[in-house]
Design a binder for this molecule. Structure first.
Ligand SMILES: [Zn+2]
Length: 103
């Protein structure tokens, strides 16, 4: 212990407690780094880009609305007429209705 303090004094460290606490924190950080998963080698740009060639959108599954025959997404309310499952679910705002409110 005395030897350790002597070394610290030799290096010009006055505050022993501060030094001890900081070194213990560093020790913990080093331990954490040892357990961190890291890739062994970097991947090339081409390798990453080849992987990302599969990141693309598929074609939308559009079906004609049974009410107004306008193309709509399956299992979604029709945005044109507001119908779903044979009944009106939402009221669709149209330009004519907006004009009526203003007038
Ligand atoms: Zn519709």
């Amino acid at each position: 212990m005395d030897q350790f303090v002597d070394v610290l004094d030799a290096e010009g460290v006055k505050d022993y407690d501060l030094c001890r606490s900081s070194s213990s924190i560093n020790h913990l950080l080093i331990e954490e780094d040892k357990n961190m998963p890291l890739p062994k080698r970097r991947h090339s740009k081409t390798r990453g880009r080849k992987r990302r060639t599969h990141w693309k959108l598929g074609q939308m599954n559009l079906v004609p609305c049974p009410q107004c025959k306008h193309p709509k997404l399956t299992h979604r309310i029709c945005a044109v007429c507001g119908y779903y499952d044979g009944r009106q679910v939402i009221e669709v705002k149209t330009k004519e209705k907006n004009k009526k409110k203003k007038g």
